[in-house]
Design a protein. Sequence first.
Length: 488
Amino acid sequence: MSSKTSCFTCGLDFSTNIDAFVSHMSDVHADDQIKCAICLETFSNGSEYSMHYIYRHVDDKSSMEMTDAIHGNSRFEYASTGPNTSNSNSLVLQANNPCPVCGSQFPIDRLNDHVNSHFEDEFAANFRQSSADFLLAEQLEKTENLASKVSEEKAFKDLQKKYGMDEHGSYKQQGTSAYERAYNKGKMTLSQLYEQKSRLAINQVAGIEDINYAVKDFIENVKELSRRCADVLDAYFCSTADFYSSNAADIGFGCGYRNIQMLISSLRHNDAFKRALFGSGPVYMPSIPKIQELIESAWAKGFDQIGKEQLNGKLTNTKKWIGATEATCLLASFRIKSNIVDFWQPSGPDNNHPILLKWVYEYFKDRRSFTPPLYLQHEGHSRTVIGAERTRSGRYNLIILDPSITRFKILRLVKSTDLNDLKILRKNLNDLRHKQFQIVCVQDVMKSDEEFESYKTKVDLIKIPPISNPCELTLDGISVLNFYVRIC
């Protein structure tokens, strides 16, 4: 049984040093799309991949054997829909293929000679080649058709997973499976297993997030670290926010929910937003299953019916992704106004977004009595922006919380004096190269019932750079926006 960890992108071997592996993936591959060499699942960044690799594959003998099959002498790859998929339904092409005459198994490069050997008598000599060619072609056609069918089915399932339409599993099921695997591998005691299962049950039934996944009181020290950087001319930050990290239960689908939690963690410190969210009741952080329920409740009230249709009207007990429009839909159902700022194309010569960075800087610089963080969405992932810096050379950096960053790295920022610790949050122009970004920007609390009703069929959309379409789109506009966020 192996506990080796390696970066298949760089070829570096971290042996048993898990922390070094996680740090490498988080720092060097922070914005790289990574394909798992074991189960072939694709992740939008190195941090998310490292968590997947550790939870799913470290000390997993079958996974290492599959890696050998993929990277060894076999000329065909496994097309697995997941790490637990059996070989009986996951082979795209068989390493050996049956002879169409006798059924014996041969590698594809020897099959032709074997088929010919069935026609050695004198009578068959005249048509041996044509018969063998026909039978071989027939077998190859069957194999190719099977491979094509399996490949198409896998591609469809991969697209469903990639764009947030995974109906199978849930937060609780994924967490339970991960903790049971950890227990079976000796990484967790029986009492720890029961404790984690109990936490999952509370998370599911009570709808309250486990505070062990949150980090508080770090932003003031982040401000101080930024102020001490010689290259930083000035910097501005949100009023407050807590960090919520992904864990074994939501790895691969939870980023949108975690960023909503970070947004709520800020809004609950403002009296008007707190009343809108919690009324006169207790203030708490809703869990991922609870947020799924709240979005479904918003749909039931009439908000974002096109988004509801695209997600088949169901989020609870699924691992479906959510994006910018689900965030605005949820907020609107609590009478909180927000708009979506759509940076729909790169504004720089190198397919980057200098206008986005300047816009974010100006947002935080604009002094308000209360400044919430920003929900930042791009294809396949979302993050939370808590501040922006301007350098002495006139460039801008964003200070970003990524749910896939380990909680322990953010904990270091509570009291750290090391300026290098800020690097995990700081993103410059070259780090933001996705084709399109969208920002959810919280505005105010709705003033009337008429305003509340109007938000059921519209979303305030600001296009940058501007286009001829109106900034305030109808329900069809929500559909277009949702479609892009999930599948473009």
